[in-house]
Design a protein. Structure first.
Length: 290
């Protein structure tokens, strides 16, 4: 079996872990390859894989053999996603009013439409330099006032905000410790809800390690991303330092596996990743790809 066909099957194995079929465009963007594959070669191998019954196709979606039910699941999720996306957009535009916030991105399964009615909303917040901890304090406060902040022991989380990732504009490179296939997918599929849309390209291009997993997704970096930094006045920097020290003091007895610095914060950074990557290895073995 050639490398492109293997990449197609691996990509669908990974998508199957989330019970989600892919369009041709999604399959191409998320193709598991260390080098960019041109679209004509990809399209040819995709049709060959179908002909050889390595994969299946229905109603515009590709998936593994005997997984036709995933198509109806995706179609059922579409109206739910539309409703939730509208709520997410409204909340993101409200939170953007908080000082220090530059952009708000939707992450997780919701970002690709893979949702259920009782799911929460995962946000990634990008802040101005030296204002991350001030912005976090204000964002959490506003979410609390709006009654949409998700807390660790909540039993009902429908449409509540999971505010687990904060990054300063100049620190968009993901820490090496969590650079893996799972994180690469999370970045590639995120949506910018509030703030300049160029932040999507900026995030991808700030993480060149993504090429080792999803080279096609890194194609957008052939065009130079928009540059230009925002700056923080001394007074905002001082307030941010105080906010940082206060929050670190408040969290001192609650920290476990978080990745936290003055310039970024990842809360519960890889809760799902280890399980997903382990199941992915098992899936590849079942298809003889290891």
């Amino acid at each position: 079996m050639d490398t492109i066909t293997q990449a197609i099957i691996k990509t669908l194995i990974y998508a199957d872990l989330f019970a989600w079929p892919l369009t041709e465009s999604e399959l191409y963007t998320k193709l598991q390859s260390k080098k960019i594959i041109n679209k004509p070669a990809f399209a040819k191998k995709l049709q060959t894989a179908l002909k050889n019954k390595y994969i299946n196709f229905s109603k515009g979606f590709y998936f593994l053999p005997k997984k036709n039910k995933l198509v109806s699941k995706r179609l059922t999720a579409k109206p739910i996603y539309a409703q939730k996306l509208e709520k997410a957009q409204k909340l993101s535009h409200l939170l953007q009013f908080c000082p220090g916030v530059l952009a708000i991105c939707l992450t997780g399964s919701m970002a690709v439409g893979n949702v259920k009615k009782d799911d929460d909303l995962d946000f990634l917040i990008i802040t101005k330099p030296n204002q991350l901890w001030l912005a976090r304090f204000l964002v959490l406060g506003m979410a609390q006032l709006l009654g949409v902040r998700r807390k660790p022991h909540d039993h009902t989380v429908t449409d509540k905000l999971c505010l687990n990732i904060f990054l300063e504009e100049g620190y968009l490179l993901i820490p090496q410790k969590i650079q893996n296939l799972f994180t690469a997918h999370e970045l590639v599929q995120l949506q910018v809800l509030a703030g300049p849309e160029f932040f999507y390209q900026k995030i991808i291009c700030s993480n060149p390690w993504i090429k080792q997993y999803l080279a096609n997704a890194f194609y957008i970096c052939q065009k130079k991303p928009e540059t230009g930094k925002t700056y923080s006045s001394n007074i905002w920097t001082l307030i941010n330092k105080i906010s940082y020290q206060f929050q670190m003091w408040y969290m001192r007895s609650k920290q476990t596996r978080e990745l936290i610095s003055y310039h970024f914060a990842f809360f519960h950074p890889q809760d799902k990743a280890l399980e997903i990557l382990k199941r992915f290895q098992t899936g590849k073995k079942q298809f003889g790809l290891i």
